[in-house]
Design a protein around this ligand. Structure first.
Ligand SMILES: Cc1cc2nc3c(=O)[nH]c(=O)nc-3n(C[C@H](O)[C@H](O)[C@H](O)COP(=O)(O)O)c2cc1C
Length: 192
């Protein structure tokens, strides 16, 4: 479990021409389905996108890696080969949507772990333009809430502990290796 969790890093550069089988993507959604859900209301639904043209039309609405200010996102050939759009079904909510966001965290982590186990990388995209929803005719009760970009990775990502300065910004080194600083265990276990 530790190895898989360590390996399940956010991936932003992919083998664009290597398709992910539809069945594999459905399998990921099955993993999302089996996650915990507050009041067990399971308010999330998912749209699988694999068609090249549809992937191309989604891409411009996505913002990549805010801390890599001189990188505008994956170039042609390294773009995602699939997306899973996460939609909140407001008719399935019980009460407000606060708990639903926890559910989405659990569901998407299940998906990304299951993907990486099969050598597929992904990136949750919260920074997408709301205008993306105009590409579809979603009924009123379905709210486009998160986009997951997926594909076979072509980049190396490594974990490291944050330094003395506590800087949590990820960065890329001269060899194009992406570094993700995580706070050390001793910093997050409270000793009051
Ligand atoms: C809810 C959520 C939204 C995110 N949105 C974006 C995004 O819009 N664009 C992006 O490039 N990365 C996004 N990320 C990825 C984070 O930047 C990434 O998780 C973080 O840098 C830590 O890297 P790691 O996932 O490899 O641990 C998002 C992650 C989460 C959990």
């Amino acid at each position: 479990m530790l190895e898989l969790i360590k390996k399940t890093r956010t991936i932003r550069r992919f083998k664009q021409d290597k398709a992910i089988p539809e069945e594999t993507l459905k399998g990921l959604i099955n993993l999302a389905r089996l996650g915990g859900s507050a009041r067990n209301c399971q308010p999330w639904q998912y749209l699988v996108v694999t068609d090249d043209r549809e992937c191309n039309s989604i891409f411009p609405y996505i913002a990549w890696a805010g801390y890599l200010s001189d990188w505008k996102g994956p170039s042609e050939g390294e773009k995602p080969s699939a997306y899973i759009l996460c939609l909140l079904n407001k008719e399935w909510l019980k009460g407000n949507d606060k708990e639903a966001w926890f559910d989405l965290g659990l569901a998407t982590q299940n998906m990304l772990l299951g993907a990486m186990e099969q050598g597929i990388g992904g990136c949750r995209i919260g920074a997408f333009s709301p205008k993306m929803a105009d590409l579809y005719k979603f009924p009123e009760h379905l709210q486009l809430s998160l986009v997951i970009a997926l594909g076979y990775p072509v980049e190396t990502v490594v974990l490291e502990d944050t330094g003395q300065d506590g800087d949590i910004k990820y960065y890329r080194d001269n060899e194009e290796i992406h570094h993700v600083p995580k706070r050390p265990l001793a910093d997050i276990i409270l000793n009051l």
